[in-house]
Design a protein around this ligand. Structure first.
Ligand SMILES: Cc1cc2nc3c(=O)[nH]c(=O)nc-3n(C[C@H](O)[C@H](O)[C@H](O)COP(=O)(O)OP(=O)(O)OC[C@H]3O[C@@H](n4cnc5c(N)ncnc54)[C@H](O)[C@@H]3O)c2cc1C
Length: 377
């Protein structure tokens, strides 16, 4: 029986995708929610996000789909190409998954939708509040991202390792982008580039290079676009035209983190990147955060015993997020193959794409068909 959250005070640390979604889900079930956010304003970096049906089901259940549809594009396909631009395989989502809602959205638009919904629902948002130790008195939800203090409070200090991969991100103007709303992945030896359109005549670019150069893990270090152009200078198709337009880019190092060993202690609980930071190669970091948020609120609402509710949340979420993080780690290798392995893998994908395109997509049904909303909390 739901209802255990009614009037319960809850403090959420961090107002990113995880924290805002959790706050909305908790508030809709009657909790008295305060978000403590370090930044002086709720803002987002200029970059895109792919949202898959496992996450859009939650956003729909929270009543956010009309707002999302107004500022996102439906993603119709995932198109794998080699570095020259030649097609390897096109996975037609519109044809093989006609009812599944894949969306392409600017991160800032998603955050605006979530912040607006949270405030409208009556969530209090306190800005400029850097929280170093878990707040006392109430249930404390750690949604404080990659360098989470709440995770450290539960697990002690942990050291991630550099994967030997550096990534650039950029957004360019592209008036025609929305004519072909698909995510494209260009795969070259030791590097790959992902691009997809965003609403409003924009195009998102993320480019990953294997390199021994060590980079910071932050997202906000500007780099000279010439470095990006040089690293992907041999890529063909539309890539040179896109890169020529980049006048601002940021670079960061990709680090591997373990999924947190401890997610909760009966009073503090973590979700999103705080619990399971992932490499971006399955485009699931924000999607997992959105799933977590729903499940956490549902478990707390269905079990008056907070300890039992948090244990249930951890037992539902840890196996799934661990598996998705592992799949993202594997994808990095698949995209960057060299020599004969690369030829063989691309040939197999080309044949598979002709013979049984639906079967290639089915490999990821366990990610996309999952519905957190119907799972028993
Ligand atoms: C290149 C790239 C592409 C990606 N593409 C996708 C994609 O296509 N699809 C997808 O699903 N995911 C994608 N992701 C992953 C996704 O961006 C993250 O997983 C997601 O943003 C995690 O949300 P979060 O709320 O847990 O953390 P964050 O978004 O990092 O939010 C954490 C919040 O906590 C605040 N905070 C931090 N410390 C404190 C403190 N001490 N006190 C108070 N507040 C604090 C921060 O200011 C921030 O607002 C991508 C990531 C990268 C790097």
């Amino acid at each position: 029986m739901a209802g255990a959250l009614r009037s319960r005070p809850v403090t959420v640390v961090g107002g990113g995708v995880a924290g805002l979604t959790a706050a909305i889900a908790l508030r809709q079930r009657g909790a008295d929610v305060t978000i403590l956010e370090r930044a002086p304003a709720i803002t987002e970096v200029g970059a895109g996000l792919q949202l898959s049906p496992n996450a859009t089901r939650v956003l729909d259940a929270l009543g956010l789909m009309p707002a999302l549809d107004a500022v996102s594009l439906p993603s119709q396909a995932v198109r794998l190409r080699d570095a020259s631009g030649a097609d390897v395989v096109r996975l037609d989502l519109a044809r093989h998954r006609p009812r599944a809602r894949f969306r392409l959205i600017h991160r800032a638009r998603l955050i605006e939708i979530l912040e607006h919904a949270a405030r409208q629902a009556g969530v209090r948002i306190a800005l400029g509040q850097a929280v170093d130790t878990p707040p006392d008195g109430t249930l404390a939800i750690g949604a404080d991202g990659l360098h989470s203090r709440m995770r450290t409070a539960l697990n002690g200090r942990e050291v991630p390792f550099f994967t030997g991969q550096t990534a650039w991100r950029a957004v360019i103007a592209d008036e025609n982008a929305a004519n072909a709303p698909e995510a494209q992945v260009f795969m070259g030896p030791g590097r790959h580039l992902v691009s997809y359109p965003l609403a409003g005549g924009l195009r998102n670019i993320v480019a990953v290079l294997e390199t021994r150069d060590w980079q910071d893990e932050g997202w906000s270090r500007p780099d000279d676009p010439a470095n990006l152009r040089a690293a992907f200078g041999r890529f063909g198709g539309p890539v040179p035209g896109w890169l020529a337009q980049v006048d601002q880019t940021h670079v960061w190092g990709l680090f591997r983190h373990e999924v947190a060993a401890r997610w909760q202690d009966g009073r503090i609980v973590i979700l999103g990147d705080a619990a399971h930071p992932t490499l971006p190669f399955m485009a699931q970091g924000a999607c997992m955060a959105i799933e977590d948020a729903w499940t956490l609120a549902a478990c707390l609402d269905h079990r008056p015993d907070q300890q039992a509710a948090l244990l249930r949340y951890e037992s539902l979420r840890k196996p799934r997020t661990t598996r998705i993080v592992a799949a993202a780690n594997d994808n990095a290798r698949n995209y960057h193959l060299t020599g004969p392995k690369r030829l063989a893998a691309h040939a197999a994908l080309r044949i598979g794409g002709k013979v049984a395109p639906g079967a290639i997509l089915s490999r990821f049904d366990w990610i996309y068909d999952f519905d957190p909303v119907t799972e028993a909390p």
